[in-house]
Design a protein around this ligand. Sequence first.
Ligand SMILES: [Zn+2]
Ligand SMILES: [Zn+2]
Length: 82
Amino acid sequence: MLQLRPGCECCDRDLPPDSTEARICTFECTFCAECVDNILRGVCPNCGGELVRRPIRPAGLLVKYPASSERVHKPEGCRQSA
Ligand SMILES: [Zn+2]
Ligand SMILES: [Zn+2]
């Protein structure tokens, strides 16, 4: 099951479970669309894998399967790609 992490690892902006701006890699490194498009160019800085849109969990299921509240912020990974 996806963790649905609460924020972008680069800019720490909030990415709620219903956000269409959230992008994840296969390890669920989580970023916002703006960082992925402008800085990361679609590639995860942690694992080198591709970043795709995170699917939205239906609200009814969030009650039973809540999103993660564990915030990951690793801005150092977002400056290296130039
Ligand atoms: Zn971001
Ligand atoms: Zn990754």
